[in-house]
Design a protein around this ligand. Structure first.
Ligand code: BDR
Ligand code: CA
Length: 316
């Protein structure tokens, strides 16, 4: 495909096993032109997730300098998730050391530069707390029109996972999510409604491992580690959250997507960080979000396996 016709994409996340798998998937999509990789504190501290991002870039031979983002939420104290992702934030398979220096630009400066320089509108794929994205929108409101869409993993219209009401990425920085949801920029939300249906079962880790290429083996190893904690919570498969934010852009036909007005609960004794959809239209507001609420699980897994198969003959 002609390079000019590709969709410019920024990957913003906190790798994190499922962020890493999302980035593997993104790097196989011919239609994507990955312009920047930016990191945000969440699953682990900013230092750790940035180091992980640089190692993932080396693994995937991505010639893109990683730009370090915000080390804490806009207003709140940082929450991290070592129970899911380990002390490094990406425990499990051994990874190569970074092949490129860290960018001199901050994540917000990098995002702004990509948007300013791009002739096409840019898609931001946010798979962590929305701190960087919110900071970008606050610092550069004039660049909103350069954003095609913000595709997020975050929230849950029916339930939370870190508290009963809130999903981790939104709970880490509810004020950032509020800023994003009220920005007027086209927004897609892959919340727990879909991501807890995006289960990959242990026998499917083996399907990936059996591809016998270094990326597939690494992805299978990431699933092995991530599933240890997820299984202890009673799940029969790995809740494959962040790849949904990528897959729903390229294979929307396998997803159930509905438009709702969604707002972020900022206070409350129990519900800070909840994503509330106005299902009944009582607020009389226009939808501000494409909410991804279901998927064809088997096709999701098949596409994931197919993506890993593209690394046949890869050298690390
Ligand atoms: C989200 O939280 C993180 O632990 C995962 O990487 C994912 O982005 C799921 O709630
Ligand atoms: Ca994440």
């Amino acid at each position: 495909m002609d390079n000019k016709k590709k969709r410019p994409v920024i990957l913003d996340g906190d790798p994190g096993h499922d962020d890493a798998i999302a980035w593997v998937l993104a790097s196989t999509i011919d239609d994507f032109d990955i312009k920047a990789i930016t990191t945000v504190a969440g699953n682990q501290t900013l230092e750790k997730v940035t180091y992980n991002a640089r190692r993932i870039a080396a693994l995937l031979h991505l010639d893109i300098e990683v730009a370090k983002g915000r080390n804490r939420p806009l207003c709140a104290d940082l929450i991290i998730a070592p129970n899911f992702h380990g002390e490094t934030g990406l425990d499990g398979p051994k990874l190569p050391e970074p092949h490129l220096p860290l960018s001199n630009l901050s994540a917000i400066e990098m995002m702004a530069k990509v948007l300013q320089e791009s002739e096409e509108k840019v898609t931001i794929i946010s798979t962590g707390a929305q701190t960087n994205v919110a900071a970008l929108l606050l610092a550069h409101p004039e660049l909103k029109e350069k954003i095609e869409m913000i595709s997020t993993m975050g929230g849950g219209l029916r339930n939370g996972n870190w508290t009963s009401g809130a999903e981790f990425n939104i709970l880490v920085d509810p004020e950032a999510a509020y800023t994003v949801y009220h920005s007027g920029v086209p927004l897609q939300m892959c919340g727990l409604d879909v991501t807890e249906q995006a289960l990959v079962y242990p026998e499917e880790f083996e399907r990936i491992r059996a591809l016998h290429n270094p990326i597939a083996e690494t992805v299978a190893g990431w699933f092995d580690f991530f599933f240890i904690h997820v299984k202890s919570l009673g799940w029969a498969g790995a809740t494959t959250h962040d790849p949904c934010a990528v897959m729903s852009l390229v294979h929307p036909e396998i997803f159930d997507i509905r438009d709702y007005y969604v707002d972020i609960e900022l206070s409350g004794r129990y519900c800070r960080g909840a994503t509330i959809a106005d299902y009944h239209g009582r607020l009389g507001k226009e939808p501000n979000c494409r909410c991804v609420v279901g998927l064809d699980r088997q096709k999701f897994v098949d596409y994931l396996v197919e993506a890993c198969s593209k690394y046949e003959g890869w050298e690390v």
